[in-house]
Write a protein that binds this ligand. Sequence first.
Ligand code: AMP
Length: 325
Amino acid sequence: MSEKENSNAPAAYSTILVVGSVALDTVETPFTKVNETLGGAASYFTTAASLYNQVNLVAIVGSDFPPEHLNFWRNRPVNLDGLQIKEGRTFRWTARYHMDMNARDTLDTQLGVYADFHPIIPEKYHSSELLFLANIQPELQMEVLEQVPHANLSVLDTMELWIMTTRPELTEVIKRVDVLLMSEEEIRQYTNRPSIVAGVRQLLDMGLQYVVVKQGSYGALLFGADGTFFSAPTYPLEEVIDPTGAGDAFAGGFLGYLSQVAPQQDGHYAIDEIKRGVVHGNIIGSYVCEDFSIDRLRTLTIVDVARRYQSLVEYSHFDPSWCFR
Ligand code: AMP
């Protein structure tokens, strides 16, 4: 489909490309249920990152996909040239959350048009500096890496389904990217190690620069191959309405922030920028949980983000001057 370049994108150093699922989600929490709402890893990421910068989205939807969702993105700095619309059914996902909303069960996954999808990255996106391989079949993530082999920073997300069913393919993708985002549970599933630190070590040894461990309502941990360790604070939310997509929104905040920052001369980002990016990820992830689907992101502004950023600085700062006598 052809789209005009959206001109209201904020100033940025790097362009962002995302490939992943766009879906219709049915989500049940202990308190309520929503049917066939806008979901999908790439949807959350795109909406979140477009708060910071233009986002180039590559995905596929079926002919049943509600046009209002496309119109919503058309009114933000989102480029839909890489979004295919195919005769057939949009990806559908159904899940139920427990009372502890860090835990959920996937009840149903229907790939729909994703079953025969092959991402075609428009020529003008091949030079994208920041690449997010959102949750999708690992073989498709590899097809993207083959078309965009020189991204300055490539970030990978995945899910239990792919760890369990396509582990060798997923392993090949992990070996090719710079940053891996995984929940604690996914790290245990993939590495078979009870210790997260040992699991992360195994992953870093595969060639990654960073592993970000998503800890749901407890924040995120950043581990670097250079020995970096950073514990990013969590924002204490009084009420979680729906945590779906928090991980993808995290990635949107992380890469959205980095897209506004100049890399160092060697092309890498300064570690303080990476840490700020993780904090932005936590902030956007926390906002997403305040409503169903992407709804909280519809009205979220960068001023809201700045306010929560200051709160997190305050909540996580402590006096370094204590010493043992
Ligand atoms: P998260 O809560 O960050 O794990 O992301 C949940 C989103 O991922 C939902 O909106 C789903 O539509 C999407 N999703 C769920 N399962 C898959 C899957 N196997 N592949 C791709 N996307 C998925």
